[in-house]
Design a protein around this ligand. Structure first.
Ligand SMILES: [Zn+2]
Length: 454
């Protein structure tokens, strides 16, 4: 084992002794007495009588799956397959080339994409099995060699968005490291980050004004998603890998990276200012804009080992103020999708700190988001309940409720005064007034509850 470790990827390890060239026929004659015995006792059975070249020649006719299964039949067979794997390129160069998109090629249909991913899953399995006795360091070295060959920068790739190379590498990587413990996975992330310009690029992006390095931003997002995050099999797995990506950075940068990963993107350009200047025009756009971001926040929130509720609230606070303050409706929408627990906690912390105006803005926005997306307004009443419950003095509670109604009035007057029929947002007034009337209906029912049920 020691010997294998020290000579990983070195063919000498598999050619145990360097024989002089001589006739196999004469050799066979010499050893004829012991041949049958050898076959019986030999770790490869009858296969062991063949010279190495012939063994490798036969292996060429086997599929990756067959090779992969052979590696788990015996130690000797695994060594043989590993020797073969080291000599023959694991991934044929024409296959690697076909993964990229050139000026003349077209995007891959869905079934083709799946076939590529399946191939890399099988290659990953073969690598995992045949290198199972190697030190993690050596296995990672091999994985990085594959990555170098598959990077779009090292090929004639013209369309990173539709290219399959990184996704296939991600599939390969996650298959090789499946079942590794957390510290080994951390080493994997470090090794890959160190091997590529990942950390340098992340640093460049988060230390610059959003949108300054459009291409680098797109590359970082694509790399992290396709190689690290997209192939996670479970929520815990994804939370773990998100942690590896985010944890080294301060909170303000973590929020920026989250947006970099899951914020809206159009034609490879991250829409950093979208939530500061505009609101979604319909439920489909809302889901597209906030779905992935909210999902990521929820995943982190569920991973208590590394993230406290206060961490999540800080991230949300940074996120909704980056690069500038988001529009209240967008904040409200993200909160709703992040789930009741996070939202309540966030609102209660504002209530305790006396941020009444902010609370009334968010509450009115909750109503608008509910009306726009056909969610039940009972959600809003539940949140108001939580907010009032967190306020100590009855005076503060009344102040909040009054400022809530005042906020509706202000927003409607603003819309009336500033709305421009030309900009295609004429529905905003409708939604706002509907939000107010629907909300009022709920309150009226509460006020006259006794008379409505008897
Ligand atoms: Zn490519």
């Amino acid at each position: 084992m020691k010997r294998l470790r020290s000579s990983v990827m070195d063919i000498k390890a598999f050619l145990q002794c360097k024989k002089l060239r001589r006739s196999h026929r004469l050799e066979a004659k010499e050893n004829s007495g012991t041949q049958t015995e050898k076959m019986k006792l030999g770790s490869l059975g009858h296969f062991s009588v063949l010279p190495l070249e012939l063994k490798f020649f036969i292996l060429r006719y086997l599929t990756v799956e067959d090779l992969s299964i052979l590696t788990i039949t015996s130690k000797a067979m695994r060594n043989l397959i590993e020797g073969y794997r080291v000599l023959m390129p694991l991934i044929p160069s024409d296959l690697m080339k076909r993964l990229h998109i050139t000026k003349t090629s077209q995007a891959f249909p869905h079934d083709k994409q799946k076939a590529f991913l399946d191939t890399f899953y099988r290659l990953g399995l073969l690598t995992k099995r045949s290198t199972c006795l190697y030190a993690t360091r050596d296995r990672l070295k091999f994985v990085n060699e594959i990555l170098t060959k598959m990077m779009c920068n090292n090929s004639d790739c013209d369309n990173l968005t539709q290219c399959m190379s990184l996704a296939c590498f991600g599939k390969f990587l996650h298959t090789v490291i499946a079942g590794w413990d957390d510290s080994e996975c951390q080493r994997t992330y470090d090794a890959i980050a160190h091997h590529t310009c990942l950390l340098k690029n992340v640093k460049l992006v988060i230390n610059s004004k959003p949108g300054t390095h459009v291409q680098t931003e797109h590359e970082v997002r694509t790399f992290l998603r396709r190689v690290i995050l997209d192939h996670c099999q479970s929520i815990v797995d994804r939370a773990f890998w998100l942690g590896r990506i985010l944890k080294p950075w301060p909170m303000v940068h973590q929020a920026r990276i989250l947006f970099l990963l899951y914020g809206p993107e159009i034609n490879g350009e991250i829409q950093w200012y979208e939530f500061c200047v505009s609101t979604p025009v319909n439920p489909e756009q809302s889901a597209k804009h906030f779905g992935e971001l909210a999902n990521a926040v929820q995943i982190l929130h569920g991973y208590r080992r590394e993230w406290t509720e206060d961490d999540i609230i800080s991230i949300l606070d940074e996120l909704t103020n980056s690069p500038e303050e988001w529009m209240a409706e967008n904040v409200a929408h993200l909160f709703i999708l992040c789930g009741d627990v996070i939202t309540s906690k966030m609102l209660i912390s504002k209530a305790i700190n006396g941020r009444t105006v902010e609370l009334s803005t968010i509450t009115t926005s909750f109503c608008v988001v509910c009306v726009k997306n056909s969610f039940s307004l009972s959600y809003v009443l539940g949140m108001i309940h939580n907010i009032i419950g967190a306020m100590d003095k009855p005076k503060d509670r009344l102040h909040y409720l009054n400022s809530l109604m005042d906020m509706f009035r202000e927003l409607i007057l603003d819309l009336h005064e500033f709305s421009d029929q030309e900009d295609g947002r004429e529905n905003d007034m409708y939604y706002m007034v509907t939000a107010l009337s629907e909300f009022t209906k709920k309150i009226v029912v509460l006020a006259f509850k006794n008379m409505l049920t008897s």
